[in-house]
Design a protein around this ligand. Structure first.
Ligand code: NAD
Length: 375
């Protein structure tokens, strides 16, 4: 089938889609391009803000540090690690001066380091709140990985710390900078195929053996906290709506030892205003990765939705076809521009808190077996 996304029309349509809309999710990308030109003329450190990564695990090492070699408005200026051998490797690989290398013990002294403008917290979920708050107390702006925290109360404390320090807070929601997901937003919120009737999504993978992700205290829950959150995000940004109630059912545990603390899998159903239903599934035992929107005039969907690359999408007018981008580079550049322009992030702490509230509501529905209203 010939797709409207084919050939040169594709880029044209995409550009119009991204630049021409005024909804916040998309307009920031348009602004980003405009700002990019403006900021290119800045000079100090080539106009780049310094980022310090806190926690040098899989995501920081595999995705964020390489992305920071591609960013235009920020760069990897420092690291915070509890593992001296990592400090040595990273120092060499990314040319980080000794004065910008911190341990968890002297982390707070980062306040005296003018090279560091932004702290990026990439620690296990239960440590997000503490290291974000200490980052603000050190007078830095902060990006915190998802989920923002494991309780709504912690989110409130983080937001209060941001306000007190008068510094910006952003959450690591990289898909707000990814073209296929942005297209889902455009098609859904602009009602390109009419009103949405149902939206569904699933994200799961086979989790490896014991790690913080399988421990309630560190992760705050199982796959819902880790990857189900992407499905919740996808439903909200595609519909442009926020859920008002939820029911949920925990999946059967086939490995009781591995999943003694957290759910192995979970399904939930959101009610959105106007009768839209959102069906979600997440799992640490099965691979799945989709976001599907059924509208009056057809279905549009991503059959590979949430990964770092390799998105695939279909619409009633044919398959989507966009270039791959470095999501993390775009996300961090957008935040650096927010900081430079003193403009709120398009993925701010308030959005992180909102999602933690939804995660907690899903768990409450799962535990009680009741329909939980979300206020
Ligand atoms: P990881 O286990 O690979 O890394 C965690 C890091 O924290 C390690 O360097 C570890 O040494 C350090 N750490 C410090 N204190 C620790 C403690 N007490 N216990 C355990 N580790 C401790 O995890 P990850 O996959 O890098 O995830 C880190 C965060 O990033 C999580 O919040 C996760 O949700 C998030 N994440 C986001 C994405 C994304 O696409 N946005 C992808 C992966 C992970």
């Amino acid at each position: 089938m010939k797709s409207k996304y084919d050939k040169s029309r594709r880029k044209f349509l995409h550009d119009i889609g991204l630049a021409g809309l005024s909804i916040p999710f998309i307009s920031a990308v348009g602004n980003c391009n405009e700002e990019t030109k403006k900021q290119k003329t800045m000079s100090a450190k080539n106009g780049k803000l310094g980022i310090a990564l806190v926690g040098l695990g899989g995501y920081a090492g595999g995705q964020l540090a390489p992305a920071l070699l591609q960013t235009e408005h920020c760069y990897l200026a420092g690291i915070v690690t509890g593992t001296p051998s990592k400090a040595v490797t990273w120092k060499e690989k990314y040319n980080i001066p000794d004065k910008n290398i911190y341990s968890y013990d002297n982390y707070d002294s980062i306040k005296d380091n003018p090279d560091i403008d932004i702290i990026y917290v990439v620690l296990p979920n239960n440590m997000h709140a503490e290291y974000t708050i200490r980052g603000f107390e050190a007078g830095k702006h902060v990006i915190c990985e998802k989920p923002m925290a494991i309780t709504v109360e912690d989110c409130d404390k983080m937001l209060a710390a941001s306000k007190k320090a008068n510094k910006l807070l952003s959450i690591g929601y990289r898909l707000h900078f990814e073209p296929y997901n942005l297209e889902m937003v455009r098609l859904g919120t602009q009602k390109m195929y009419g009103n949405l009737k149902k939206i569904s999504g699933g994200f799961g993978f086979r989790a490896g053996p014991s790690q913080w992700r399988l421990t309630q205290k560190y992760a705050g829950g199982g796959p819902l906290m880790d990857v189900g959150i992407y499905v919740i995000q996808g439903m909200c940004y595609t519909s442009g709506m926020e859920p008002i109630a939820v029911t949920a059912v925990e999946g059967v545990k086939t490995d009781l030892e591995k999943f003694k603390e957290v759910e192995q899998s979970l399904t939930w159903q959101f009610e959105f205003p106007g009768g839209l239903i959102g069906e979600g599934i997440t799992s640490y035992a099965d691979n799945m990765n989709f976001l599907k929107a059924e509208a009056d005039k057809g279905t549009f969907e991503l059959t590979s939705a949430y990964n770092y690359n390799g998105q695939k999408g279909n619409t009633p007018e044919g398959p989507m076809n966009f270039s791959t981008v470095n999501q993390q580079a775009r996300q961090m550049d957008a935040f650096a521009l927010s900081v430079k322009n003193n403009k709120k992030s398009i993925v701010p702490g308030e959005m992180g808190k909102r999602d933690v509230k939804y995660l907690q509501a899903v768990y409450e529905a799962m535990r009680t077996g009741k329909r939980i209203e979300i206020k």
